[in-house]
Ligand binder design. Structure first.
Ligand code: ATP
Ligand code: MG
Length: 637
């Protein structure tokens, strides 16, 4: 597959426009399947090459503008200033586009420190024309760029690059994309007032196993990858989403919270067949409604997180619908499936008395999944003895030693700096009651923050996918949790716990929150985007906070939590105790109130499934050789 992983080349759609003096396009060339390459010519100038499969077109990048606002959607524009030409790039894997833009920006800045070659000198040199793919970013490029940045103190850099977040190419796009942790637009890296110096991205690399899964996915295989809680499945899924072409990739999860973690939508929303309980013919009709049909026809890569909560019958229905609507006899209508989750966590919600069946028990599972892979390196916790304890809980085998440890945890003092432990509840009603009561008991007046929704009529759809509520009530002393990654380096991550210390003066009265990581931060509203039917985007703007005296275990699935208190007395589901306990980052940050080893149960069907996969050698440790070679390169980042 042609697709560089070093930011020098990728496949996408390209439109090249020649503009007149008033900025209107006088000539337009559309290349649906283009290869874009970044290289150097015989004079070491940076060249952007666009290949339509027949004739390559080359543009020298000396003076240009970059429009980068929609990088997360795989779009950007390079405008060549003297030539008045713009190259509009779309449907590019966002992760690659990010690297491409960073490479271009830094290499261009580094190039500016070299002596320019005049046209006269070029003529005299009589060098044969050449094109060489640009080398991957290195520390020396960054150093050179930084040298220049220390001399120049304006966003317009000496010989030619301007970065804009405004986007010329997205006329129809109404909404701004929200900032996320994976949003590393070069603008931010370049803007001297915001970031003093550039650096090579070092943190948050994929580990070997994760990189092997990514390689398998990029090779086009239908992959199921599993692994215990905290092995970085969702982390990897985000990278996978960023490495596939956005137009044909749908990121989904069985729950709204999990979908939000990976910047996607719920599987039910994607499918458009309601609960899926109607007969197949009716479901097919539902899936043909305008807005929904387009999901099914344009999708080439379907990502599903938290697969453990997807019911077998629902999965079979989706498989049949895909074949029918895509008029294909291939499994899932030929859509590449990238499915992930841990079947030893929460099972599908059972309807009535019958035990719900797992997805792997569906008729179509085996024919749909080509490759089963496993992540084994736990990233959420670092303490090996706690990891071993959790592994034992996962398979329902709690030894006396582990029982003693968990019972002792009831005396853990985990409150710090006025930040109390979050209570994980088995039942939803307890959550609301606890949070409401605790807020009421606090002295002082309540501040209410109302969300701004893009479409107030669709508040229910937004509610089902949003990690923040429409109305947020706060008081000084309120226990809160961050619902978005704001600054990973500073510990301001999704799930970080804090307490409201005061409200800023002024009309908005924004809250200041002291977090466990030691930072006190004034929070301002953030925007979340949700894909609704028909390619429509919905958005909610709200403070990235929720009350955190209590949350439900179901809502906590997928989360990493700082300090938790758990009452397991009313556990009613297999896997529920494991999900609750495995949210904690450390045993010290955990308090189990009334531990009873009997509440720890693993589903025998799941244990059998996993052991069968292992026996048949179907569950491959992700670090298998076949996929490691390619992935090491990718892992450079
Ligand atoms: N390669 C990595 N580099 C840095 N941090 C990582 C990496 N992989 C995972 N993490 C971190 O480890 C934690 C757990 O990851 P993640 O939530 O993706 O695990 P998970 O397997 O999806 O867990 P769960 O089954 O509970 O949903 C997160 O804080 C995540 O940011
Ligand atoms: Mg997860």
């Amino acid at each position: 597959m042609f697709q560089g992983d070093d930011g020098a080349q990728f496949q996408c759609s390209v439109v090249v426009e020649r503009l007149n003096s008033s900025g209107q396009a006088t000539k337009r060339q559309v290349i649906r399947k283009a290869a874009v390459l970044l290289g150097r010519n015989e004079f070491q100038e940076i060249i952007l090459r666009v290949h339509d499969g027949k004739v390559p077109q080359s543009y020298t990048l000396k003076e240009f503008q970059l429009f980068t606002r929609f990088v997360k959607d795989g779009k950007c524009t390079v405008k060549l200033l003297p030539e008045n030409i713009q190259v509009l790039i779309s449907d590019c894997p966002p992760h690659l586009l990010n690297i491409f833009l960073k490479t271009l920006s830094i290499k261009h800045q580094a190039w500016q420190t070299s002596k320019p070659v005049t046209d006269r000198e070029k003529l005299k040199a009589c060098l044969p024309r050449s094109f060489e793919t640009i080398s991957p970013l290195q520390q020396k490029d960054v150093q050179k760029a930084n040298e220049l940045r220390s001399k120049v103190n304006a966003p317009v850099l000496s010989r030619g690059l301007v970065v804009r977040t405004g986007n010329k190419m997205t006329g129809g796009e109404q909404v701004k994309r929200p900032r996320t942790d994976c949003d590393s637009s070069p603008l931010k890296a370049l803007h001297p007032s915001k970031k003093p110096s550039l650096s090579l991205p070092t943190a948050r690399k994929l580990n070997k196993e994760q990189a092997a899964v990514l390689s398998a996915v990029l090779s086009g295989k239908n992959v199921f990858f599993t692994g215990s809680a905290g092995t970085g499945k969702s982390f990897l899924l985000k990278r996978i989403v960023g490495s596939l072409p956005p137009k044909s990739t749908y990121a989904t999860a069985s729950t709204g919270v999990a979908a939000c973690h990976i910047g996607g939508t719920t599987l039910h929303n994607f499918a458009g067949i309601g609960s899926g309980s109607a007969p197949l013919e009716q479901c097919i009709e539902l899936a043909q409604r305008p807005g929904v049909l387009q999901h099914w026809t344009s999708c080439r890569h379907l990502i599903i997180d938290e697969i453990s909560m997807v019911e077998a019958q629902f999965f079979d229905k989706l498989e049949a619908i895909a074949r029918s609507l895509r008029r294909s006899t291939e499994p899932f209508g030929g859509i590449q499936l990238i499915v992930c989750g841990d079947f030893l966590q929460l099972p599908p919600v059972s309807k009535g008395k019958d035990k719900a069946t797992f997805c792997f028990q569906s008729r179509s599972w085996r024919k749909c999944i080509h490759l089963n892979m496993e992540l084994t390196e736990v990233r959420r916790q670092t303490d090996q003895s706690f990891i071993s304890l959790l592994q034992a809980v996962r398979v329902g085998r709690v030894t006396e030693e582990f029982t003693a440890k968990l019972m002792k945890s009831a005396y853990h003092k985990i409150e710090r700096d006025g930040i109390l432990a979050t209570r994980l509840c088995t039942h939803k009603d307890d959550v609301e009651l606890t949070n409401d009561n605790k807020l009421q008991q606090l002295p002082g007046s309540v501040r209410v923050f109302e969300a701004v929704d893009s479409d107030p009529a669709l508040v229910k759809t937004i509610d089902s996918q949003s990690p923040v509520s429409r109305l947020l009530q706060l008081k000084v002393g309120a226990q809160v949790m961050l619902t978005k990654n704001l600054d990973v380096q500073r510990g301001l991550v999704n799930g970080a716990r804090g307490v409201v210390v005061d409200f800023q003066p002024g009309k908005l009265g924004l809250p200041r929150v002291r977090f466990l990581c030691g930072t006190t931060e004034a929070l301002k509203p953030e925007r979340w985007m949700f894909k609704a039917g028909g390619g429509l985007y919905l958005s909610r703007q709200q403070l990235p906070l929720k009350l955190a005296w209590a949350i439900s275990i179901h809502k906590s699935q997928g989360m990493t939590l700082d300090c938790v208190e758990i009452s397991l007395a009313r556990v009613f589901e297999r896997g529920q105790a494991y999900v609750a306990l495995s949210r904690a980052k450390s045993l010290e940050g955990l308090r189990v109130m009334d531990f009873d080893p009997h509440v720890v149960r693993a589903d025998p069907d799941v244990l059998h499934f996993y052991s069968k996969l292992r026996k048949e050698r179907l569950l491959l440790q992700a670090s298998m050789n076949e996929f490691v070679g390619k992935s090491n390169k990718e892992n450079r980042w």
